[in-house]
Write a new protein. Structure first.
Length: 216
């Protein structure tokens, strides 16, 4: 599916620096300064229109959240939501996941969410998958000791690849599910993304992985 370019996106983002950061390198080691309270920071990489990160921030006021999106036309939609209903513990970042070690210090982030990331199904594109070892190294470089990486996807191939990738990187699994919605009591606090609602409504199982980097 082609991304529809919205010409006004960059201008709108630039007009709201109190809510959305472009690049972010100048804030490395000082992201807490954007929030009302110093609290653990969780980030979502590839937040889309921001439904998940917005609801997570609403439900968890004792955690600071940063939604990250590489496409300004997509980030625009999340920013419009935040402008309409500001949250003191949510900020947005226009940046590429490959550059996050230039944006965050080691130990600045407590948890990372990867929700319905592009599966890049062709073998030659494996390095673009957000669970490839290159990206795992980036995540390890910004997480606290024991910090969590959580993946949710409807794509079985990406799920299986990520299982293999996490395992070969030496990560320790804390949760694995082949159908998050099969037992609602097992995930009472699950917040669904836009894609998750769509695919769950079609009867598609939603896969989940959570792990941390046990070897520093």
């Amino acid at each position: 599916m082609r991304l529809r370019r919205i010409p006004r996106a960059g201008e709108y983002i630039a007009a709201h620096p109190e809510l959305a950061v472009v690049g972010g390198e100048e804030l490395k080691g000082n992201w807490q300064s954007l929030f009302a309270a110093a609290q653990p920071i969780h980030i979502e990489i590839g937040m889309g229109k921001g439904g998940f990160i917005n609801e997570m921030a609403r439900q968890n006021p004792a955690i600071n959240f940063i939604g990250i999106e590489v496409y300004d036309s997509v980030l625009l939609r999340a920013l419009e939501k935040l402008v309409a209903q500001p949250l003191p513990n949510l900020r947005l970042l226009h940046a590429d996941a490959a550059n996050l070690q230039e944006v965050f210090e080691q130990g600045e982030i407590s948890k990372i969410y990867l929700n319905f990331s592009d599966p890049w199904p062709k073998k030659r594109h494996a390095k673009r998958r957000l669970t490839h070892k290159h990206f795992l190294s980036v995540y390890q470089g910004i997480l606290i000791d024991g910090g969590k990486l959580q993946l949710k996807t409807d794509n079985r191939s990406l799920f299986e690849y990520s299982l293999w990738s996490f395992n070969h990187y030496g990560m320790a699994f804390s949760d694995v599910s082949v159908d998050v919605h099969a037992d609602p009591e097992a995930y009472p606090d699950n917040v669904m993304t836009e894609y998750e609602r769509k695919f769950h409504g079609l009867g598609q199982p939603i896969y989940l992985l959570e792990a941390d980097f046990k070897n520093r």
